[in-house]
Structure formats: structure tokens, C-alpha cells
Design a protein around this ligand. Structure first.
Ligand code: SF4
Ligand code: SF4
Length: 434
């Protein structure tokens, strides 16, 4: 796409945004891969349409307010990047564009308030826990108010798991094959600390020494994708300091966090921290990719009963990090697991950070479609690599009256090593689809 973007006006990210616009040849191959285009059927709600709108705004040819509804509805799932034959790096356009837009847009007071509450609570585990306790008490009220708050109420967990402290170093018995740092994150630490515990046990079982630096925190993904670049950089800077050169690799077990950390170079482009940020980004790996490359050392773990498992590709693992085969290989290595593919598996489940709150109708439609596709497989459990997808899948499977267990890949490995069943007796669904 030809453009007249005054690149220098947009700082260090101007050139990357212009490159993405330039690479787009309008072919439209990305349209069927775009979840919002599939649901809404509007050209301007497609990747091609959004690239055009962002280009026009960056050139000064279109008022920002006219483009914002369409850009806001983008999930940031990067399905378009996988589908694009011309190599358009849509993420390098969207993320800086949102930061640029946030500096100039005017939001209504209720909108500002919700955003402030979200950005001041979710990235901080202590505050987030309190917010959940309060939200749970106010659930009947939220359900009556409707809209965004009703969508929020539907996602609130019935109860919170107990907090689990994590030792700073977890040693492995026998030969040490690698030494890694693990990001504990923020939301996952509160909603499902069992994923971190399973990650550490599986790594230790495979001869990997785990370091969990206490100074680490939220990866900054939520702020980054909300266009709050300064907050994202403050959060990311803590991780740059905490992980430093302590370890061979930094592992994440939430696709959204891994993808955000791999974008740290772009986040700090043109700033003094850029070198350290790029270096940390290069050392960041999803735990499934790391384990696959390392090779599962122990004898293949075994489950007590045969189980049909559907693997759901989290967008920020498959599209953003290109990790598709590794989790499937790990799951296939577990005897008694029958792995099945979900129809239209490349399409986002509608979770995407706080998208559920901002666009509840589109998010709910995508969640419903994904849950139906899972049920078509006849699976007895769903496995994925991202907490947001897990929450979304659980909510929509429950809404369809078929609450299958939803597990993280490392939880499957952990249970297999322990000889525990994936699907508790009594929760095995009757055979067949939805
Ligand atoms: S597939 Fe790529 S080149 Fe074609 S319209 Fe979409 S973004 Fe542009
Ligand atoms: S990131 Fe996802 S929602 Fe946004 S344009 Fe690309 S495919 Fe569509």
C-alpha cells in the first residue's frame, strides 16, 4: 500500500508502522482468518480495512475518532499475520498505533473509570485478589446492570484458590540440563497458581533448575495492548531488572505474556533499555517450546485411563510466537492421550485480554462458536497454553451445559507424571458431539 506517513513524527516505531502498511498489497487473503470479519462481515472490521484506516490516520487524512471503533474491535489475535502471504507484520502497526491513539483520544468518564480500575488492579496480584473478592460480593448487582459489567460478572470465579508462595530457586535431583527463569505473572498467579506449580514440577522432573526472581511482575501485555505504553514499560522494566542474565532462558506459561515479552524490543525501541529488552526477548520461550526442544527426559508419563483431548491453539502462542507443534508433540508423548483437532482451530476464542469487557457481544459470539467446535470433536477435556483462553472456554462450555475440564499443557504432563487422571471419575461426558 503506498503511503505518505511522516515517519519521523511517530518516533522510533514510525518506520515499523510504515513498513507494515507498505507491505500490504490489498489481496484480502487475511479476511477469512479474521474473527471480527467473520462475525461482523464488515470490510473495516477486517485486517485490510484496519490497515487502511490506520494509514489514513497516520497520514493525517482521517480523524482518529472515525477509525477508532474499528481499530478498538480488533482482538490483536494476529490470525491475519499467519494468513498473510506478503508478510505484513500487523502487530508492529497495531501496538504503536494504539499507543499513539491513546495519547490523543478523549474517553467518556465511565470508560476512563473502568480502564483505570482494570489497569490499576489486574497487573498487581494483591490488588487483583481484592478486586475479585469485592466483585464476587457485588455479582448480583453487576448482573442486573447489564452490558460490560454483566460480562465481567459471568467471568468471575466462584471461589479463589489459596495463594501459593513460590521458592526463589527450585533445584532438580540429578544432572542439571538447564537453568531457567520462570515468569509467575499476575492474573494467573491469583486465578490458577496450580499452573505455575505444575510448570516447576515438570521442569524439575526434566532436570531443569528453576529460578523465580522475587522482583519480577506483570509482563505488561495488558497495558501494551491497551495503548498504555508508559505503564507497560514500567512493568516490563521490572522484569528486565529481575531476570537480567541470571538464567539460560526465561520461560512463560501464558501465551499472552510470552508474546508480550517477545515484543519488548519494540516496546523500548529508541530508548536506553532497548538492547537489554531485545536480549531478554530473544531468551524468552514458552514452556512447551522449551520442553520440546530439550526433549522430555523421563520415561513417557502415563495416564491411568484413555482420554480424548482437544488442543486449542492460543492465538498468542500459535500466531504471535509460531508455537503449534511443540505442545501437540508433548501431549502425544503421553500414553493414553488421544489428541484431536478443533475445527477452525486457527480462529480466536474471543478472550484476548480485556476484550470480554470492551466488546462483550463479539467476545461472547466467538466464545460460543469455539465451545461448540470443541464439543463437535467429542473431546473429554480441552488443553491450551493460555489462562485467558481457559477462562473463556470454561465459561462458554458451562453456558452450553457441557463443562469439560480445561487444562494447561503442563498440567497434563504433571498429572501424567503423578499417575493422576485428567478427567475425574464422574465428569466423563457421554460420547458424541454437542
Ligand atoms: S493478506 Fe496481507 S497483504 Fe493481503 S490484504 Fe491482508 S494484510 Fe494485506
Ligand atoms: S489481529 Fe485478529 S482481529 Fe485484528 S485484524 Fe488481525 S485477525 Fe482481525
Amino acid at each position: 500500500m503506498q503511503h505518505r506517513i511522516p515517519v519521523e513524527r511517530y518516533g522510533a516505531s514510525g518506520a515499523a508502522m510504515a513498513r507494515a502498511v507498505e507491505a500490504c498489497v490489498h489481496c484480502g487473503f487475511c479476511l477469512p482468518a479474521c474473527p471480527t470479519y467473520r462475525v461482523l462481515g464488515e470490510e473495516m472490521d477486517s485486517p485490510r480495512g484496519r490497515i487502511f484506516l490506520m494509514k489514513e490516520v497516520l497520514e493525517g487524512a482521517l480523524p482518529l475518532e472515525e477509525a477508532l471503533p474499528f481499530v478498538d474491535r480488533c482482538l490483536g489475535c494476529l490470525g491475519c499475520v499467519t494468513a498473510c502471504p506478503s508478510g505484513v507484520n500487523y502487530g508492529e502497526l497495531l501496538t504503536p498505533f494504539r499507543e499513539h491513539a491513546e495519547r490523543s483520544r478523549r474517553r467518556a468518564l465511565p470508560d476512563r473509570l473502568v480502564r483505570w480500575l482494570v489497569l490499576q488492579s489486574l497487573p498487581y496480584p494483591g490488588r487483583f485478589r481484592w478486586a475479585l473478592v469485592l466483585g464476587h460480593r457485588a455479582r448480583p448487582l453487576l448482573q442486573r446492570v447489564g452490558g460490560r459489567l454483566q460480562a465481567l460478572a459471568a467471568l468471575l470465579p466462584d471461589r479463589l484458590p489459596p495463594q501459593q508462595g513460590s521458592p526463589a530457586v527450585v533445584q532438580t535431583a540429578g544432572e542439571v540440563r538447564a537453568r531457567v527463569g520462570v515468569l509467575e505473572g499476575c492474573v494467573q498467579r491469583v486465578l490458577r497458581p496450580a499452573i505455575h506449580a505444575a510448570t516447576v514440577r515438570v521442569l524439575a522432573r526434566n532436570g531443569v533448575e528453576v529460578v523465580v526472581p522475587p522482583g519480577q511482575g506483570c509482563c505488561g501485555a495488558l497495558a501494551m495492548h491497551a495503548g498504555e505504553g508508559d505503564l507497560a514499560r514500567r512493568l516490563a522494566a521490572r522484569n528486565l531488572r529481575a531476570f537480567g542474565d541470571l538464567v539460560d532462558a526465561v520461560l512463560t506459561n501464558a501465551a499472552g505474556c510470552g508474546s508480550a515479552m517477545r515484543e519488548y524490543g519494540l516496546l523500548f525501541a529508541g530508548r536506553p533499555e532497548e538492547g537489554a529488552a531485545r536480549e531478554l526477548a530473544e531468551r524468552t520461550r514458552d514452556v512447551s517450546e522449551f520442553l520440546d526442544q530439550l526433549g522430555l527426559a523421563a520415561p513417557p508419563p502415563s495416564l491411568p485411563a484413555r482420554v480424548r483431548v482437544a488442543y486449542h491453539d492460543a492465538c498468542h502462542l500459535a500466531h504471535a510466537q509460531g508455537v503449534r507443534d511443540a505442545p501437540r508433540k508433548l501431549l502425544r508423548s503421553v500414553p493414553n492421550v488421544d489428541l484431536v483437532e478443533i475445527p477452525d482451530g486457527d480462529v480466536c476464542c474471543g478472550s484476548a485480554g480485556t476484550y470480554n469487557l470492551e466488546h462483550p457481544e463479539v467476545a461472547a459470539e466467538l466464545g460460543r462458536r469455539k465451545a461448540q467446535a470443541v464439543l463437535q470433536t467429542g473431546a473429554e477435556a480441552v488443553v491450551t497454553g493460555n489462562l485467558g483462553c481457559m477462562v473463556q472456554l470454561e465459561a462458554h462450555l458451562r453456558a452450553l451445559g457441557r463443562p469439560l475440564p480445561v487444562l494447561h499443557t503442563v498440567e497434563v504432563l504433571d498429572r501424567a507424571y503423578a499417575g493422576e487422571p485428567l478427567v475425574p471419575a464422574g465428569r466423563r461426558p457421554s460420547a458424541g458431539g454437542s
